[in-house]
Design a binder for this molecule. Sequence first.
Ligand SMILES: Cc1cc2nc3c(=O)[nH]c(=O)nc-3n(C[C@H](O)[C@H](O)[C@H](O)COP(=O)(O)OP(=O)(O)OC[C@H]3O[C@@H](n4cnc5c(N)ncnc54)[C@H](O)[C@@H]3O)c2cc1C
Length: 453
Amino acid sequence: MRIAVLGGGAAGLTAAQELLRLGHQVLLFERSGHLGGQLRTVDIEGTPLECFYHHIFTNDTIIEGLIDELGLGEKLRWVPSRVGFFCNGRVWDFVTPADLLRFQPLPLVDRVRLGLASVYLQRQADWRAFEGYTAEEWLKRWAGEQAYRVIWEPLLYGKFGDAAPSVGMAWFHWKMRLRFGSRRGLAKEYLGYLEGSFGQVWQRLAARIATLGAHVYTSTQVNRIRVQDGRATGVEVPPADTAAMGEAFAAGLAERVGESAFFPADAVIGTIPSPVLLRLAPELPEGYTQLLAGNRYQAVMCMILVLKHPLTDIYWLNITDRAMPFVAVIEHTNLMRTEDYGGKHVVYLSNYINREAPLYQASDAEVFASYLPHLSRINPAFRQDWIEDWRLFREDAAQPIITTNYPGKIPPLATPISGLYMANNTQVYPEDRGQNYSVRIGREVARLAAGQT
Ligand SMILES: Cc1cc2nc3c(=O)[nH]c(=O)nc-3n(C[C@H](O)[C@H](O)[C@H](O)COP(=O)(O)OP(=O)(O)OC[C@H]3O[C@@H](n4cnc5c(N)ncnc54)[C@H](O)[C@@H]3O)c2cc1C
């Protein structure tokens, strides 16, 4: 079969690899000029770094397997991470039970209650037990109103904005369980990072699929999935007059249709956000379009700061002060060595946000100016002249909003249109989105499209 894959992120690249393994021909289309999607990188002091912070957990075994398969295993570092909270104007360590007992923003009785609720969540293996509850309901009831208000409410609002009250407890439970599962003993959480960035995985995979014969078209946005008699028959991309399209015409892979090129295919796999699929395939019947329309996302803005001095000694700092315009400060060089980045300290300021919010629409300079005053609250010694460089990245479909009773809201990988498939982060459940699951779903959709499952 000839199969068109839309999207050159983790899911699209792994779907392409699986299809090639099964002996099919692959045409891969990526809208942007680079492959990797949300795992794209930027050069920081000579070393590639993810535009959006990334690490993996010890239970992310699928991506670990791919890293090994691509010959990158020696670069994978498992490092104890330091997690903290910025709360009541100061930084608190938050990894061990002793840290929790020292966490003064909560009365002692609430610290104990929070600890017990966390142990319960960690031990409870069945996420279905939490279906039907929102995270807010469950956490208020079992960890206590006070713990919810001081810890979870700011984090849920920081990540999901106004959708926070609808976030499902089953998703929250599984996220906690996977995170706790990345501990060795009670005292240490281990996180994995690939020296030189995870971008290497996606570059190597892209090179491998090209070697295996995939036709990869970057800077090529699919703007229509063609459907005839209830069956996907190929994709249309404009404009037709580029060198790459010229080669595709010459090779008999595409036909000119006015200003566009039409690539006939036996099946089409969209590893693109749900609203994009909705737009590209208006023939999708109502039941499925309702599921797609129900897939909602928060966007993200990640600012990377390159600093002369460390901001804190914590890797992952949760911000519970809702007056601050970011929800986490992730100091990458408290996980990896500063030497990898020319001796500089690299910090992400992560802000999940609605795409329509004025700040998301603001210029980079305005965002930078709005963040600046908050940094000296985290570290009073901080001065603007510590900043040697900064960048800002935005991603529209960054975090799916996972609500209660979510399984019934997940669009199936096989759409009702014969030969049309979809695989994206909204279909990952009960786990949180992550490259591990993008690989899993990419392989799964490929096998489905190839008729192997
Ligand atoms: C802020 C942030 C932090 C994260 N942190 C972690 C982490 O710590 N650990 C972890 O494992 N994972 C993390 N993730 C998740 C991980 O990055 C994603 O799970 C993964 O990258 C998703 O891959 P994908 O292929 O499903 O989607 P994407 O990477 O979004 O790929 C979809 C691709 O489709 C392309 N596209 C869209 N429309 C079209 C079109 N019409 N035609 C052609 N192409 C199109 C897009 O340009 C894009 O490249 C994080 C994500 C974000 C945003």
